[in-house]
Design a protein around this ligand. Structure first.
Ligand SMILES: N[C@@H](CCC(=O)N[C@@H](CS)C(=O)NCC(=O)O)C(=O)O
Length: 185
């Protein structure tokens, strides 16, 4: 069975959410990160960077949440048929895990400035469709909504000016798979 390595309240939740969406069984290996379990040789043999999440699946080892999501989507036949459509999925996962996270990591006013550039186009796109690729949830939403959700929680991100983004986040968070992983229900 696939093993998912993570910690309490870590980005492993992103991968767990997608595994639940896919209906793929997995064992969650909770590392005691406060005690430094992610820096011990047995875990560094899986991810030499000492970060979670990582997965071990039939002898395949993958780390970096975005790479794991894409691996799972690919393995389970969830990537679009054409290179152009697949590129849109890569684009949104990389946007979420690099551009959006980098903006969120800026200190105070600079964060607001950067988000002021990124959130209006996102609001525009989500005004016309329920999910980031169109009418149905894809792996791209798992990355994007997870980061938006973390931002809302950690930085008290105020989405009042972006009602379509707020509705999108609510739509994703209402899914039973999200509820199961993030709230333990
Ligand atoms: N870009 C990586 C980030 C991984 C990351 O920073 N994970 C945190 C937990 S959410 C971690 O392992 N921190 C432990 C440390 O840095 O020592 C991903 O998305 O997988």
């Amino acid at each position: 069975m696939l093993k998912l390595y993570g910690g309490t309240r870590s980005r492993a939740a992103i991968v767990a959410w997608y595994l639940e969406e896919l209906g793929v069984p997995y064992e969650f290996v909770r590392l005691d990160m406060a005690a430094g379990a992610h820096r011990q040789p047995d875990y560094l043999a899986i991810n030499p960077m000492g970060k979670v999440p990582a997965v071990v699946d039939d002898g395949v080892v993958v780390w970096e949440s975005g790479a794991i999501l894409l691996y799972l989507a690919d393995k389970h036949g969830q990537l679009p048929a054409t290179p152009g459509e697949r590129a849109r999925v890569y684009q949104w996962i990389l946007f979420s895990n690099s551009t959006l996270i980098q903006a969120l990591a800026q200190p105070g006013e600079k964060r607001d400035q950067e988000l002021g550039k990124l959130l209006p186009p996102l609001q525009q796109i989500l005004s016309d469709q329920d999910y980031i690729m169109g009418a149905t949830l894809t792996v791209a939403d798992v990355a994007l909504a997870s980061i938006l959700g973390f931002a809302a929680q950690m930085f008290n991100l105020d989405l009042t000016a972006y009602p379509a983004i707020a509705a999108y986040l609510q739509r994703c968070q209402a899914r039973s798979s999200w509820q199961k992983v993030m709230t333990g229900n």
